[in-house]
Design a protein around this ligand. Structure first.
Ligand SMILES: [Zn+2]
Length: 412
């Protein structure tokens, strides 16, 4: 991805953001998903125990997916092909639907082949919550930069998505079964919404970032899905017919894994979902799941300290920090332009190591990565109403994914 801001803006915005990060977060929710159900206190322990985070994320163990991802993996490389197979195998083992979107495109180095990987837990569900990251690393032609591994860009986010699938598959399976046993929801025999995870290819520019030399995979998939119309019989009038319209929200993870990230909301209509990630952080932090030895009052006190690792990852909405709004080019753009609601989880300012050879394992912080994995897990579980102890919402009337021009308004 690429920022469009000048350094002076960056410095100014950074100062403002740091000052505002300690303010309390407003707990105002404007719009929630129809499947949303708050996770009960009794289920929080179970949610956290759904996976052993170290099995996926501890890169000091050579057998973990994150350790394997920390290699140069530019478009078309043998490493990337091997890692795409690893990711595909991960989802096949979990029983997810696999779709490979392969295509050729011209680049500054001639025609290259790309493959987006799309995994869907329940492909029969008409709507999808999408979580996504890019699997490729930036290509550099000469040493030592050709050894760039992009630890935050985006090996760590990809590993978080692998853990998300591992952890939530049993609860996704259980919800699907409960809905089907109960006669379906939203006027259908099955579920209204499912989880989809996308690993984009070709996010990085081969040379200098331009509209033609960047986000190859996201551009291809958004165009393909926007042009496809599903003519199969639709049980409910409101079922969106194009795959693009079936996306209720697209959450894009990028540049995560380094300590002290700063996340901010860029889009008004999806602000409620941005807040959900912040609420998940707060709840897990207060309960002592994020930082060892820190919970309750200790977590609250520490969280407000600017510069402390334990302070919130999220800049409160409505704080007036808008210098970055719409200024970051990334895989979300082709979907945003088509009206897909976006949450862009990216650390801004970018990590200091961005696009340097130093974006390697030394740039990562394991407690931060584990915190991210749990925050995302809780927010997604609540969005989709996965709590096994919670009743399935009674959704008799069909719901429609709302689209309007305000989806493009920036959060100012
Ligand atoms: Zn990059």
């Amino acid at each position: 991805m690429r920022p469009r801001l000048r350094p002076a803006w960056l410095a100014l915005a950074l100062c403002a953001a740091v000052a505002l990060a300690a303010r309390p977060r407003p707990h105002v929710l404007k719009r929630r998903n129809p499947t949303y159900a708050a996770l009960s206190d009794s289920s929080l322990d179970h949610l956290v125990a759904l996976s052993d985070l170290d099995d996926t994320l501890d890169w000091s163990r050579p057998d973990t997916p994150l350790a394997k991802l920390l290699v140069p993996r530019p478009v078309g490389s043998a490493n990337l092909t091997r890692l795409q197979a690893m990711v595909e195998g991960h989802f096949r083992d979990l029983g997810w639907h696999v779709e490979k979107d392969s295509f050729d495109d011209s680049t500054p180095y001639g025609t290259k082949s790309f493959t987006n990987l799309v995994f869907t837990h329940d492909p029969s569900a008409p709507r999808r919550l999408v979580l996504s990251a890019h699997l490729d690393s930036k290509f550099f032609p000469t040493p030592p930069e050709d050894q760039f591994v992009g630890a935050t860009d985006s090996a760590a986010p990809c590993a978080m998505l692998l853990d998300l699938a591992t952890a939530l598959t049993p609860w996704l399976d259980a919800r699907k079964q409960r809905v089907e046993d109960g006669g379906g929801e939203e006027g259908r025999e099955g579920q209204g919404e499912s989880l989809q995870i996308i690993f984009f290819d070709g996010e990085e520019a081969f040379k200098d970032w331009t509209h033609a030399d960047s986000i190859y995979g996201a551009r291809h998939l958004a165009h393909k899905w926007g042009a496809t119309t599903d003519h199969s019989p639709q049980p409910v009038r409101a079922t969106p017919r194009s795959p693009l319209r079936r996306i209720s929200h697209l959450v894009l993870l990028d540049l995560l894994g380094a300590p002290n990230p700063l996340l901010r909301n860029f889009f008004v209509p999806t602000g409620w979902l941005f807040d959900e990630f912040g609420h998940a952080e707060e709840r897990l932090g207060l309960a002592g799941y994020l930082w060892q030895g820190l919970d309750g009052d200790a977590y609250t006190a520490k969280k407000g300290e600017t510069g402390a690792r334990e302070r919130s990852f999220f800049v409160p909405r409505g704080s007036g920090v808008s210098a970055y709004a719409g200024q970051i080019e990334d895989d979300h753009l082709p979907f945003l332009r088509e009206g897909v609601p976006i949450v862009h989880l990216i650390s801004v300012p970018f990590p200091r190591v961005w696009h340097t050879i130093k974006d390697d394992a030394d740039a990562l912080d394991l407690p931060t990565i584990k915190a991210w994995a749990l925050i995302i897990r809780l927010a997604v579980a609540e969005y989709l109403g996965l709590d096994p102890s919670a009743p399935i919402p009674n959704l008799n009337s069909p719901t429609e994914v709302k689209r309007d021009p305000s989806d493009l308004i920036l959060d100012v």
